[in-house]
Design a protein around this ligand. Structure first.
Ligand code: HEC
Length: 115
């Protein structure tokens, strides 16, 4: 009886943990694609692998502006990029300083899942 109860307890704990994970993953995916601003996917690609955003011609040479691969980013760097707390070489990425910690962590979770 006690064993069964314990098993039930463990099972429901695992289930709850699992659904936490799935919910936050979905949340992160949603935010990555629609962060109440321009979609991250537009520049960094749907999986965060990065891509060429645009190019321009300078002295007859094509200069490419690329959004980097961000699948391996850590929380600190992600926050810095979103809040523009560093000097970007190509400052075309919008500021997303209205995202909450929870939202940023969900985005990170999504990016990690795409590796
Ligand atoms: C208009 C295009 C564009 C959009 C939209 C955009 N980014 Fe970026 N992002 C860039 C570019 C370009 C860089 C590189 C900046 C530089 O030159 O340093 C960058 C840099 C970053 C970096 C820093 C990478 C590093 O190595 O430090 C992170 C993290 C990042 N972006 C995440 C995001 C997330 C998350 C979103 C959505 C909320 C987003 N970006 C939306 C273009 C974009």
């Amino acid at each position: 009886m006690l064993n069964k109860l314990l098993l039930l307890l463990i099972a429901s704990f695992l289930l709850a943990k699992n659904s936490w994970f799935i919910t936050n993953l979905e949340y992160g995916k949603m935010l990555y694609n629609n962060p109440r601003g321009i979609s991250c996917a537009k520049c960094h690609g749907i999986k965060g692998k990065g891509k060429t955003v645009t190019h321009y011609i300078k002295n007859g040479k094509k200069i490419y502006i690329k959004a980097p691969n961000i699948q391996d980013i850590d929380l600190n760097r992600l926050k810095k990029a979103l809040f523009h707390k560093y000097k970007p070489k190509n400052p075309i990425m919008p500021v997303y300083n209205y995202l909450t910690d929870e939202e940023i962590e969900a985005i990170l979770l999504y990016l990690r899942s795409k590796k």
